[in-house]
Design a binder for this molecule. Structure first.
Ligand SMILES: *Cc1c(COP(=O)(O)O)cnc(C)c1O
Length: 497
């Protein structure tokens, strides 16, 4: 079976995986999806004996089938090495009656490392395969975590430049420090006067601006994206759901073929969509539990079938999920509409013009596999406190949103299916609220001091990624309005003068 990629919004063009990775987003504004879902075709016993890298290779070869085995091997082993502080890459811990899939042991302490440490390698190979002799400019909007993970992944990668836009005042002190101290001649970090949605919309518009793209092309550049709209980010995330499922079998926690639930703290819908793709490959998943913070557009969508962005954008203590327009939901809409480009196009037009849409009854039927709810900031801190008190297990604010919603789900349904919770960031990354949760005095203390205090009190060692972060030099001081994004890109690339 050959897997190609096509837009969610039309049927004309089918391209290879490497081409889709270069392009990032389709010309019509749609997202690339695989023409087919490959199935897991090895025995469970065989798969259980694979380590993370071997399994990653097996799964990615199925989705990225125009890459050779050797090319993918090079990508996988360059990405998943000692920069992850755990040799399992994604360890799974049984705590508090659930299984925590710890996605936060990469260099920037958030789950995005898992995909963004491999994307630059996939892209480099893709350029070579397609004889692209232009420099690739990665444009990224970030709510805090993608930006740093992308910078870390792309810094000093030959033939690439990376531009990151983050919302000024919309990220944590630690997140900001991580980004503005980024080294690497090819890196460029800009604070946007606006929120994440403003940054993301701005980036998407630039990626689709044909005139601007032509100008760049004439100057030897081509745009790509490191946001989860890129299939080169989405597919590597499928791996850890399969890996964790196999780990549970191997550890005799579940039987072969047993159904599990997954709980995913959700923002742009990339991570939970990857779980959905894992199911399409053959992993038995009972419920996809989608956890939101008070920006609860998705929670409402799951219960009503109406996606309505006409509401206030709220700043919360789980900032990586402060999003109203979840890009990757478009890929799910495509699947649940029976792969209908027309329906997706219509819904996306409604979203653009009216700020809302409603799915039809057939689509709602499919959504029964999903459960959505949300946690307030108070509930989030309460969850951190409760889990720490009961199990001495320290979780970050995003993971805490997940647990809180999981508890609500259990209360409502009584379902006791074994459940994997995606642990998406290290508690040290969002240390202020975490310190609050475990009863540490937080006034008069900056985040860097708090990191040391939390480490002292809990006995958990400070991850390498943020050690001595406060003494690093600030290298990026650029700021702009959303209307000035193109301008500042030109400045960085030294074109159009
Ligand atoms: C990005 C992020 C999320 C949201 O993931 P999506 O794939 O955008 O839904 C959740 N938690 C953390 C810590 C993140 O960085």
């Amino acid at each position: 079976m050959n897997i190609l990629y096509k837009s969610t919004r039309n049927n004309d063009e089918k391209i290879t995986a490497s081409q889709a990775i270069i392009k990032g987003i389709a010309k019509d504004g749609g997202l690339y999806v695989p023409t087919d879902f490959p199935k897991i075709d090895k025995s469970i016993d065989e798969l259980c004996n694979m380590n993370y890298q071997e399994l990653a290779l097996y799964i990615m070869k199925k989705f990225f089938d125009d890459y050779t085995e050797e090319e993918l091997e090079e990508c996988v082993y360059s990405a998943y090495d000692q920069k992850f502080e755990d040799e399992n890459i994604v360890p799974i811990k049984k705590e508090n009656g659930a299984y925590f899939m710890e996605l936060c042991h990469g260099p920037t302490l958030a789950f995005k490392d898992v995909a963004l440490s491999i994307l630059p390698h996939l892209l480099k190979v893709a350029c070579k395969k397609n004889n692209l002799n232009k420099e690739v400019v990665i444009l990224t909007a970030t709510s805090g975590d993608t930006g740093k993970a992308a910078l870390e992944g792309f810094a000093n990668v030959k033939g690439t430049k990376i531009v990151v836009f983050y919302p000024e005042g919309g990220v944590s002190e630690i997140q900001k420090a991580q980004m503005v101290t980024q080294q690497g001649e090819n890196t460029f970090v800009v604070g946007i006067k606006g929120n994440f949605d403003d940054a993301q919309t701005g980036v998407k518009e630039i990626l689709n601006d044909s005139e601007f793209n032509k100008k760049l092309n004439d100057n030897g550049f081509v745009f790509s994206s490191a946001n989860s709209i890129n299939v080169g980010r989405l597919i590597p995330q499928v791996v850890y759901y399969v890996y964790s499922y196999l780990k549970l079998i191997k550890n005799n926690e579940i039987k072969k073929g047993e159904y599990i639930n997954v709980v995913v703290p959700t923002g742009n819908f990339g991570n939970i969509l990857a779980a959905n793709y894992a199911e399409k490959m053959g992993i038995p998943i009972n419920k996809f539990i989608c956890a939101s913070n008070p920006n609860n557009v998705l929670a409402d969508f799951m219960s009503t079938g109406i996606y309505n962005t006409k509401r206030k954008f709220l700043k919360t203590i789980s900032p990586s999920m402060d999003i109203l327009v979840s890009s990757n939901l478009e890929r799910l809409l495509y699947e649940i509409s029976g792969r209908s480009e027309d329906i997706v196009k219509e819904l996306m037009n409604k979203l653009k013009n009216n700020g809302e849409y409603e799915i039809n009854s057939d689509m709602k039927k499919y959504m029964e596999k999903f459960y959505g709810n949300y946690a307030s900031d108070e509930e989030t801190v309460e969850s951190i406190k409760k889990v720490y008190k009961e199990s001495k297990y320290l979780i970050d604010t995003h993971t805490a949103v997940g647990i809180c919603v999981y508890e609500k789900y259990k209360r409502e349904t009584g379902d006791n299916t074994k459940t994997i919770i995606a642990s998406t960031a290290s508690p040290f990354k969002f240390v202020r609220s975490v310190a609050n949760g475990i009863g540490l005095e937080e006034e008069n203390s900056n985040d860097f001091k708090l990191v040391k205090e939390v480490s002292k009190v809990t006995g958990i060692k400070i991850p390498i990624g943020i050690k001595e972060l406060d003494s690093r030099k600030v290298l990026h001081k650029n700021k702009c309005n959303t209307s000035g994004m193109k301008n500042i890109i030109e400045k960085f690339l030294k074109i159009g003068e």
